[in-house]
Design a protein around this ligand. Structure first.
Ligand code: AMP
Length: 412
């Protein structure tokens, strides 16, 4: 199916050309006609599926361009705001809408001025939106469409009271679109009364990670993780990678260690100023750095094409975060590699990830790396068939890929 069959306005179709898209992604194919029909939509789709265009294109097909806010998109992070604004402005070259993003961490003056200049599509983080609204800078009378982007994340980040406050400020008569990477009971309960008989669209995340991303586990002693990372990237040519750490302090430490070993890396986290973060991202995009170290919250909004590797320096506590993190690679039809460094202490989290994503991850070693305190290979251990790790026998062995195949037995 082509974009022409989705019911978009002609101007928005020109916007599709500006974006350089040929074929709609599944979420676009399913969500756009529903949004165009005027229904409320509840869409389950993770970052990387093309969800931004799935709401920006129909919204800009529907609202007027009169300099009055016709649609509001609420999203959890500044980076997402900027990404949505970028897509919106590109499409608006053809549709002639004024698109503005407002978010915290920067001064008010420019945002207030732009608001008073006239805006058709406003993209906002909840806190800054409410600040500006309480200062009388935002006129909501003409809002016809509300988009809640990454609703699950807004919930996790504690933004839900703010979101409810925003809902109360909006005209009752409006179309609601809710996008979320997960739609568990927690999300559904909270939004149940917000949407009016919504059409539901599910783009199961499984198709992206499992098929397009090669997911590998590198067992390693916790003390040797940095060393292993350096070794990994020394033997990898031509990469653009994001490394996730659990904390900001760890991100800085890992970056420092990589840099002092001759592997150029930059960090991005919330302690950095907005300007500095954007500068770092631009450098990463332009290829000045090939390695970016990040924490989860920051990484949500990173929209950089051509990421070849995602490395989980620490195993994420929540399987959901694992799916989000690795979804940074293999976007828009490309393939990618996700590497998870796993210490003995992190096996329970890994097991949970494998349970939820219904797969057994392939285990590899870095050739020639001097593993200290090399952990006993699992088949030398006493076998406890009731242990969840017992499932690695057999399952893993058959799944090694590539000519070297790596070593597919798990060692701990
Ligand atoms: P998103 O899920 O909105 O973060 O989008 C993920 C990536 O896919 C972005 O880099 C988009 O520019 C790209 N993208 C979105 N829709 C399409 C499409 N129809 N064809 C090709 N790339 C797309």
């Amino acid at each position: 199916m082509g974009f022409e069959e989705l019911g978009l306005s002609n101007a928005a179709l020109e916007g599709v050309l500006e974006m350089g898209y040929d074929t709609p992604t599944p979420i676009q194919e399913q969500a756009i006609p529903l949004v165009m029909s005027g229904r409320d939509v509840l869409a389950c789709a993770q970052t990387g599926t093309g969800k931004t265009a799935a709401f920006v294109l129909p919204v800009l097909s529907k609202i007027a361009h009169k300099g009055r806010i016709g649609a509001l998109i609420v999203t959890p992070t500044r980076e997402l705001c900027v990404q949505i604004e970028r897509v919106g402005r590109t499409v608006a070259h053809s549709t002639h809408h004024a698109v503005l993003a407002v978010y915290g961490g920067v001064g008010y003056t420019a945002q207030t001025k732009a608001l008073h200049h006239g805006v058709d599509l406003l993209v906002a983080t909840p806190g800054r939106f409410l600040d500006l609204q309480s200062r009388g800078d935002i006129d909501l009378e003409h809002v016809e469409i509300l988009v809640l982007d990454e609703a699950d994340r807004m919930l996790d980040m504690g933004f839900w009271p703010d979101v409810r406050r925003i809902l109360r400020l909006l005209p009752k008569q409006r179309q609601n679109l809710l996008f979320s990477a997960t739609l568990d009971d927690k999300v559904l309960r909270l939004i149940g009364d917000t949407l009016d008989n919504p059409a539901r669209v599910d783009i199961t995340p499984a198709s992206t990670p499992v098929e397009a991303i090669e997911q590998l586990v590198y067992p390693v002693n916790a003390m040797q993780k940095t060393e292993l990372l350096v070794a990994l990237f020394r033997e990898t040519a031509d990469y653009r990678a994001i490394v996730f750490t659990r904390t900001k302090a760890r991100a800085d430490r890992v970056a420092a260690a990589l840099n002092s070993s001759g592997v150029a890396a930059a960090t991005i986290h919330s302690d950095l100023s907005q300007a500095k973060r954007e500068e770092t991202l631009d450098r990463f995009r332009s290829g000045k750095y090939h390695l970016l170290i990040s924490t989860d919250v920051m990484a949500r909004g990173i929209d950089v094409e051509g990421i070849t590797h995602v490395v989980n320096f620490d195993v994420p506590d929540k399987p959901d975060d694992y799916v989000h993190r690795i979804g940074r690679t293999a976007r828009a039809g490309e393939t990618g590699i996700a590497i998870t460094l796993v210490s003995h202490e992190e096996i329970p989290q890994l097991t949970e990830i494998e349970r939820v994503t219904r797969q057994v991850l392939v285990t590899r070693d870095v050739e020639g790396f001097e593993y200290k305190e090399r952990i006993v290979p699992r088949e030398d251990r006493q076998t406890d068939t009731s242990s969840p790790r017992a499932m690695f026998r057999g399952g893993v062995m058959g799944r090694g890929r590539g000519p070297s195949g790596g070593r597919t037995q798990r060692r701990f």
